[in-house]
Design a protein around this ligand. Structure first.
Ligand code: ZN
Length: 241
């Protein structure tokens, strides 16, 4: 089975459309979205509807929960909080209902899929240091766990309790290893590469690869300004930060 894994769309329909176009050329069997469909960007309803129409299997992210009022946003920075308040006003009742039905985790083809961390996914912890990764490896039992949340792509391999960063263009899964993979962000990449990021796993060939897709950032930037969202949300897209 070939599965495309997308995450952190953040209401960026321009990025999502380019990514979906690319996915459709890769002959995938399934698309899984790891959450944060909304928040930050100017097209929350359009992004939800696009994923709904594709029959994409979606999980919940912290921004989706925040838009539903299911998460205390006092820990959000001012810009993120303002974007969530704006998003709440935009979402249609149907699309709010869609977000409400999203699960926190999913197991498919022997892989675990989750937005933030395999342990207590509803606490939305961050995997940003090796200690977080070590803890995460203890909390799942599948061969591969896919996450998003930090908008920073990586492939970590665990072999005999040691953890390695794998930087190959195509990762071939080794027999006695387990993997923790962050697919990066479609709608707000933060690894200094502004192109939308997503990943493809082939469960027969036992491989994983990243795809980076350019999209018209300027158009999103203009929409952000028109919507009255903070300008920094547009400029950071150009820098990929
Ligand atoms: Zn996010």
């Amino acid at each position: 089975m070939i599965i495309a894994i997308i995450s952190d769309i953040h209401a960026n329909i321009e990025a999502l459309e380019q990514v979906i176009d690319d996915i459709q050329k890769q002959e995938v069997d399934k698309i899984i979205c790891l959450g944060d469909i909304v928040g930050y960007g100017p097209n929350p309803n359009e992004c939800i509807e696009k994923l709904k129409n594709l029959g994409c299997l979606c999980l919940a992210g912290n921004h989706d929960w925040a838009a539903l009022g299911m998460l205390d946003t006092s820990t959000f920075n001012r810009v993120a909080k303002h974007a969530i308040d704006w998003t709440k006003e935009q979402l249609t009742p149907n699309n709010l209902g869609f977000l409400q039905g999203l699960p926190l985790t999913q197991v498919e083809e022997g892989c675990l899929f989750v937005h933030a961390t395999p342990q207590n996914p509803e606490k939305w912890g961050y995997i940003i240091a090796i200690g977080h990764a070590r803890q995460a490896f203890q909390e799942f039992h599948e061969k591969v766990c896919f996450v998003g949340h930090t908008h920073y792509p990586f492939v970590l391999q665990q072999k005999n309790e040691e953890i390695y960063n794998v930087t190959k263009a195509e990762v071939e899964f080794e027999e006695d290893c387990r993997y923790l993979i962050n697919v990066g962000s479609v709608g707000q990449p933060r690894d200094k590469n502004p192109d939308a990021s997503y990943g493809i796993i082939d469960t027969e060939k036992n491989t994983f690869r990243f795809r980076r897709i350019p999209y018209p950032i300027q158009a999103v930037k203009e929409k952000i300004i028109q919507a009255g969202l903070d300008m920094i949300l547009g400029t950071r897209l150009e820098k990929g930060t």
